[in-house]
Write a protein that binds this ligand. Structure first.
Ligand code: GDP
Ligand code: IMO
Ligand code: MG
Length: 428
């Protein structure tokens, strides 16, 4: 009985949802601890395809409970929509709960995110326009609305009134946009609170009890370390901490309780939105990888930028997260691509060779990735379930990653289906 944390090590979309789905079959709890419905986690189960944004991917198979913990920013309308989509497919959702402390994404957060992204001359990040940044801003500014507030008409009234005063002034005077009506928002969110009241609980109390009594708890990250507010390519990042450290503050559990720290990386690399991407393949090969890997955003449908695996950034991500078990996904996508390249160093603008990730985002544009070339393979690997049966060059690719990072790859994913895994060591 133990705790498991699944986090992304690149720029998101590594296949965390699929891995969480697989691990959740033995979990008593599956917990989202940061981010919001900016996430898009795709799970294939037989002929069914599920795309989850706010709900933990464990909702599909976990025999236990699913928590949206305090560190998540919750758009309650997305929550209700996703719950009904799952129920329409015949699955139960009465095991899903939200923390009283989680902050609520309000309509003005979404508008603010959208207006900023559309502002000429602004600093477009290429966000998902889900209101994530503005909601976290209000949380830190101590003016946010929390899930528990939806259950208290007086507090909700006061908080919406105070927030709208400032947000409406900004919309009207700065952006030249229409203002929002207090009555409409108040009545709608009061009703939402009423609808969700049995699901709004103190998640941290139950989680800490569960840890004490030795239950299996799986924490599911959204986004990834290179989008981390502190350790990603700031400002081209999301507004939360998608690292293993984020679990403690985002779910209210102590650092000493975290045991299996599982980092998920694609066998290559993708990024949606703006910001530096040193190993980007802005050419035909990049297009080919996008096509074979179906690299289109699960939340916004945008084409994902594609590129080679970058071990310098992966080492940075493993260091910050303290990863002790690696998962490599989408190895099947590299079949037939020859030769393969992996970034092992960067050459700085003044000619120095370095193997660590810089804190200066601007400098990254001038850094030149240094690649190691590796031989590829042609065999279809999507039906392989035992590591020894992989083509020699595929094994060499995995072992090169392990050696560089000094961490074992415990699972290799070779297709989107639940069963398409090569498991080298049982973690549960
Ligand atoms: P997440 O945000 O990290 O959960 O990842 P996404 O779901 O946004 O993107 C990963 C995509 O790759 C999804 O469409 C998955 O179904 C798919 N996928 C996951 N693992 C594999 C794999 O090993 N091979 C292939 N071909 N597809 C995969
Ligand atoms: P999952 O969980 C990939 C990116 C956006 C943008 C930046 C900030 O599916 O891996 P935000 O809306 O969060 O303020 O946008 O972060 N981004 C993601 N990219 N996968 C995600 O989630 C992402 N969530 C946000 O594209 O560049
Ligand atoms: Mg995704």
């Amino acid at each position: 009985m133990s705790t498991y944390v699944v986090v992304g090590l690149q720029y998101g979309d590594e296949g965390k949802g699929k891995i969480t789905d697989v691990l959740s079959t033995k979990s008593d709890y599956v917990v989202r601890f940061q981010g919001g419905d900016n996430a898009g986690h795709t799970v294939y189960a037989g002929d069914e395809k599920f795309v989850l944004h706010l709900l933990p991917s464990g909702v599909l198979q976990s025999p236990g409970k699913c928590f949206i913990a305090n560190g998540v920013v919750v758009n309650p309308k997305s929550f209700i929509k996703e719950i009904s989509q799952i129920e329409d497919k015949g699955l139960k959702t009465n095991h899903v709960f939200i923390s009283k402390r989680a902050h609520v994404i309000m309509p003005y957060h979404i508008l603010l995110d959208t207006y900023r992204e559309e502002e000429q001359g602004g600093t477009q990040i290429g966000t998902t326009k889900k209101g994530i940044g503005p909601c976290y801003e209000d949380k830190i500014a101590r003016v946010g609305i929390r899930m528990a507030d939806l259950l208290n008409p007086e507090i909700l009234r006061d908080k919406i009134q105070k927030n709208l005063k400032i947000k409406n002034a900004l919309f009207e005077k700065y952006f030249g946009k229409p203002t929002l009506s207090f009555d409409e928002i108040y009545n709608e969110y009061l009703e939402i609170g009423n609808q969700l009241k049995t699901r709004i609980i103190d998640t941290e109390l139950e989680l800490n009890e569960a840890i004490k009594s030795g239950k299996n708890i799986l924490f599911e990250g959204a986004q990834a370390l290179m989008l981390d507010i502190d350790f990603g390519t700031y400002p081209y990042v999301t507004s939360s901490s998608p690292s293993t450290g984020g679990v403690c503050t985002g779910a209210g559990v102590p650092p000493t309780s975290l045991q299996n720290l599982i980092g998920v990386a694609k066998a290559y690399c993708t990024r949606v939105g703006n910001g530096p991407f040193p190993s980007e393949l802005d050419d035909e090969l990049g297009e080919k990888i996008r096509k074979i890997g179906h690299e289109f955003g699960a939340t916004t449908g945008r084409p994902r930028r594609t590129g080679w695996l970058d071990l310098v950034s992966l080492k940075h991500a493993c260091m910050i997260n303290g990863i002790n078990n690696l998962v490599i996904t989408k190895l099947d996508v590299l079949t037939g691509i020859k030769p393969l390249k992996i970034v092992t160093n960067y050459k700085t603008e003044d000619g120095k060779t370095i193997d660590y990730f810089t804190s200066s985002t601007e400098k990254l544009y001038d850094y030149e990735p240094i690649y190691t070339e590796m031989n590829g393979w042609d065999e279809d690997i999507s039906q392989i379930r035992f590591y020894d049966e992989l083509p020699e060059n595929a094994k060499k690719y995995i072992e090169f990653i392990e050696k560089y990072l000094g961490i074992n790859v415990y699972l290799v994913s070779v297709g989107p289906e639940r069963s398409q895994n090569i498991i080298r060591k049982e973690l549960f």
